[in-house]
Ligand binder design. Structure first.
Ligand SMILES: [Cu+2]
Length: 500
């Protein structure tokens, strides 16, 4: 810590004294998590800043320290969990706190090979327990984690990192600043400003009706995880911050971002969508995660006990509405159950080479499977099923720091216009890292894929005079939204066209 930083820390402490208190009665009423731009949210943000200042002064061996909570997500990418356990706790491997650290650290789900359905519950538990630590270290038992409303319809807030997170010299809020962010993020510009489409939209996710993946179609959990969640990470932080899993938990933006992610889940449930409860079909709902409670004790919770914010004792001041239901053109959704759709999932085309993404547009050819029926436009049929473009096995050596925009075209040089725009992908959860067990590439990446409904795109191609070529081949074009980090080496190993 340099002198200037140290002075500000001290000044900040004087401005807002931190009270360490464990004797107050537990907060009983429902805690209301608010938009951090609201008056109540601003008050909570100051408490959050006080807490981080206090937590940063505690050593990593303390389950209330900032480092403990950063490491619970993932240990500093410059070192390893084992090395940090030894550095922090010494040679004695039997102390209860060390054993707890061993159970807690590096457990973020699902960015290193775990079941992708774990993403929402693990992060709910993580945000919930750090909220309790904030209460403990500040004595503010009324604290509720405010959320960063980057999805706000107000352009002054949409995609804009709140001012308090980018004022390094502020005696109270300076602690929320991190230099390891993108320029747009730390200068208060919309982080999605250079992207095509609307990268802050969550309509795709909110329209999902299944929590988990069905056939080749992403469910709600995966759509949030690899969609808006990954986009916010990629567009706010760099390879030493929010943009990379091993550093993300060190940016105070992390928890206000995840409070908003959690609000999306609570909203999706409030809109009538159900989390899986059948432990035979979905055995992962009994999986338990371990974290430290605010008094340093070990807590273990099964996923199915994390389904309801209200039963955990908190609520939100506002929710996302259900997006208007517009069944994709050419489908007969009413007659088909999700299970039957999954059972009839058929691959009709695939790429025969991996897509190594370049600094400009990368074009890959989708070729009709020999077993697939010949139709007027590849993948377009009248059997009532939808056509999904599925991008699998994303990998990068380091975070490229940009979104990639995907287009589906009839010819390799077709214009990259709104009609051919499919959506965006990011590589937040595609960077190889090891949870400490020496896991290999395949298992470390886990279920890492995107699927986009391209039925309307194919119908659009069919309306144009594209020639006979579109019967046998289509072209996927992938374009970075900005200048990717050099030597990141992002790739998509497999792209398929699936009818489901
Ligand atoms: Cu995250």
């Amino acid at each position: 810590m340099n002198e200037i930083t140290r002075r500000h820390v001290l000044k900040g402490l004087l401005a807002t004294p931190v009270v360490y208190s464990f004797s107050r009665p537990a907060f009983a009423a429902t805690a209301l998590r608010c938009d951090l731009a609201s008056p109540g949210g601003q008050e909570m943000l100051a408490i959050y800043a006080d807490a981080i200042r206090a937590m940063q002064q505690l050593g990593a061996e303390d389950p209330r320290s900032w480092m403990w909570w950063w490491y619970t997500h993932f240990v500093d990418g410059a070192t390893t969990k084992d090395a940090e356990l030894t550095r922090v706790f010494g040679a004695d491997t039997t102390s209860p706190t060390r054993l707890l650290a061993n159970d807690c650290w590096n457990t973020c789900q699902s960015h290193a090979g775990q079941n992708s359905n774990h993403f929402l519950p693990w992060h709910r538990m993580y945000t919930y327990y750090i909220e309790r630590v904030v209460r403990a270290v500040t004595g503010r038992t009324d604290f509720a984690m405010p959320y960063w409303n980057y999805t706000s319809s107000d352009p002054a807030y949409r995609g804009v990192v709140p001012l308090q997170f980018r004022t390094p010299d502020d005696p109270v809020f300076g602690v929320l600043y991190r230099a390891n962010r993108g320029t747009l993020a730390n200068t208060g510009q919309p982080i999605h400003k250079n992207q095509v489409g609307d990268a802050m939209s969550i309509d795709d996710a909110m329209a999902k009706t299944a929590y988990n993946t069905v056939g080749s179609e992403m469910g709600f959990c995966r759509t949030i995880d690899s969609g808006i969640h990954g986009r916010i990470h990629t567009l706010t932080g760099n390879t030493r911050g929010m943009g990379a899993v091993p550093y993300a938990g060190n940016d105070p933006l992390f928890f206000v971002h995840h409070a908003n992610i959690d609000r999306m889940w609570a909203s999706w449930n409030k809109n009538g969508n159900k989390n899986p409860t059948d432990a035979v079909a979905y055995p992962w709902i009994n999986t338990a995660f371990v974290m430290a409670d605010s008094n340093g004790t070990r807590v273990s919770r099964q996923i199915k006990t994390l389904y309801s914010a209200l039963s955990l004792g908190y609520d939100y001041d506002a929710f996302f509405p259900k997006p208007p239901v517009t069944p994709p053109a050419g489908t007969t959704p009413a007659a088909k159950s999700l299970a039957s759709l999954a059972a009839t999932s058929t691959k009709v085309a695939s790429t025969n080479a991996m897509a190594d993404l370049a600094a400009g547009a990368t074009t890959v050819k989708l070729v009709r499977e020999s077993t697939a029926k010949a139709t007027n436009v590849l993948g377009l049929d009248t059997d009532g099923r939808r056509s999904l473009l599925v991008l699998r096995k994303l990998h990068t050596w380091k975070q490229p720091g940009v979104l990639y925009h995907v287009y589906l075209c009839a010819t390799p040089n077709a214009p990259l216009d709104a009609a051919s725009y499919v959506g965006n992908i990011n590589f937040f959860d595609a960077e190889f890292h090891d949870h400490g067990g020496g896991s290999k590439l395949d298992t470390a990446l886990g279920e890492n894929f995107y699927s986009f409904d391209v039925t309307a795109h194919l119908q659009n191609i069919a309306r144009k005079p594209v020639g006979v070529g579109a019967q046998d081949a289509l072209f996927v074009r992938i374009v970075p939204g900005g200048t990717p980090m050099k030597d990141a080496g992002p790739m998509v190993a497999q792209i398929d066209l699936v009818r489901q």
